[in-house]
Design a protein around this ligand. Structure first.
Ligand SMILES: Nc1ncnc2c1ncn2[C@@H]1O[C@H](COP(=O)(O)OP(=O)(O)O)[C@@H](O)[C@H]1O
Ligand SMILES: [Mg+2]
Length: 315
């Protein structure tokens, strides 16, 4: 299957600022693609370029077989965008908001009401569908905005920081919706986020952006492997044995040892050194209850990449 998005050497400037800097990437059909980076990394600009609402300075883009630059309407007919701060008609009900949107998208009138009922159900808004949206919680507003972005059944969905202003419960509901859209409905999702945990949980692959540049691209596991096999360990020992264990780990080369209750959180130990360290702990009389290797989190990866970029003078 042809890629859903192909970006080649894309650059976009705003005056002196290079918001997107020689970006190349490919998004495959059906994946949840994470676009990661903190404020100003170029995420929103990229989404706007991909949807043809902003002109490129150089480079090429193909989205669903079209160039957004010359064929914007054809692209936008098949994409849905949840913008960073979606604006709803607060004085209209959820049902009216969706009907209004349906009219903009030329959805056949016989389909409008059944489809409204279906999405209200999917997004858990049925019970309050006839109340004005202005009175909804943030989570409900975001679900309504998502319902609207999906109403014309786009194959490709752009979500720009969909949980940035939500509490954990509302965030989880949005996460469940994203998983449902991807796994059950086969839609491709381009997810902009600065929430590393969210990316780790939801994304098949992630692109890490920094000041408009792509720092790394791959599955969370592939990016983790770039950290060079430095393991993180959790070691639970008998109460009272933590100081001795911590000393031993530091002298074995751990770069970080943090003690939390009876558990040591250890960083910087090479995987090959783990059996030797366990033997040394036991030989020293430390009672080891649990030793757990911890996969590098996207957070570890992100900070490692960020440090490298800083060293190389990119950041
Ligand atoms: N319309 C604009 N005019 C001027 N500068 C802009 C505009 N949009 C974005 N920028 C700048 O481009 C850079 C990238 O912004 P943006 O794409 O919004 O990043 P992100 O979404 O990752 O936070 C920032 O330095 C931002 O200030
Ligand atoms: Mg943004």
């Amino acid at each position: 299957m042809a890629p859903v998005i192909t970006v080649d050497n894309l650059t976009r400037r705003f005056g002196e600022t290079v918001a997107v800097n020689e970006l190349s990437l490919v998004v495959e059909a059906g994946e949840v693609f994470g676009f990661l980076g903190h404020n100003g990394a170029g995420k929103t600009t990229t989404v706007r370029l991909l949807n043809g609402v902003l002109l490129t300075d150089s480079g090429t883009i193909q989205v669903l077989g079209h160039s957004p630059l010359t064929d914007g309407p054809a692209v936008r007919a098949r994409t849905g965008v949840l913008t960073e701060t979606p604006s709803l008609e607060e004085r209209l009900t959820a049902r009216e908001n969706l009907a209004y949107y349906a009219a903009l998208y030329d959805i056949p009138s016989s389909e409008v009401n059944p489809r409204i009922n279906t999405v209200l159900e999917t997004f858990d808004l049925s019970e309050r569908a006839d109340e004005k949206a202005g009175g909804y919680s943030k989570g409900m507003k975001q679900r309504l905005a998502l319902a609207r972005a999906l109403f014309h059944q786009p194959e490709l969905l752009f979500l720009d920081e969909p949980t940035a202003s939500l509490d954990p419960v509302a965030s989880r509901q949005v996460h469940e919706i994203i998983t449902h859209l991807s796994q059950d409905e086969g839609r491709t999702v381009f997810l902009c986020t600065h929430n590393l945990d969210e990316a780790q949980r939801l994304c098949d692959r992630v692109a890490v952006m920094e000041h408009g540049r792509l720092l790394a691209l791959g599955t969370p596991a592939e990016l983790g492997a770039q950290l060079g096999g430095r393991a993180r360990l959790e070691i639970e020992v008998a109460p009272g044995d933590t100081p001795q264990a911590a000393d031993l780990l530091r002298s074995a080369g751990a770069t970080e040892v943090r003690v939390e209750h009876d558990t040591l959180h250890v960083a910087g130990i090479h995987r090959e050194a783990v059996p030797g360290i366990l033997a040394a702990l036991v030989a020293a009389g430390v009672a080891v209850y649990r030793l757990n290797p911890v996969e590098p989190s996207l957070e570890d990866i992100y900070f490692a990449l960020h440090d490298n970029a800083e060293r190389e003078g990119i950041a």
